[in-house]
Design a protein. Sequence first.
Length: 140
Amino acid sequence: MPDSGLHDRALVSAFTLLEVMVALAIFFMAIFAILGTVSRSLGAARGLQQKFPDIDALAADLMLTNKLEEGTIDGDFGDAYPGYTWRRDTYLIRTNGFFQVDFIIQSLKGRQSVEWTNSILLWRPDSQVSSLGRPLHSYR
């Protein structure tokens, strides 16, 4: 009877090592093809996204100074954001050196002109203000 147990085990079919390796190779080729397609699609979608400037760099530059004057200053973003311009309007709103700064960013691409405005408030008591509450020097 011991021979019949060995005989039953020999009839069990299984995959050979070569068959498993071929199946794994086909599986990984399919996975890498799918990952390559997804990667290319994400890269194309990232390239289609438009990058819009914001006031972070403009406001950070203004924060470095302790003195403000009323007036308007304008410029562009150079190669970082071609086609976009900015304007900064500074107004004294209290006689103690409390200013409102409006940032206007414009896009002149194509036929449409897009404009958006952000404002910040700054207290700069070191700014020279006359007794009437107006700055001694003005850009206007």
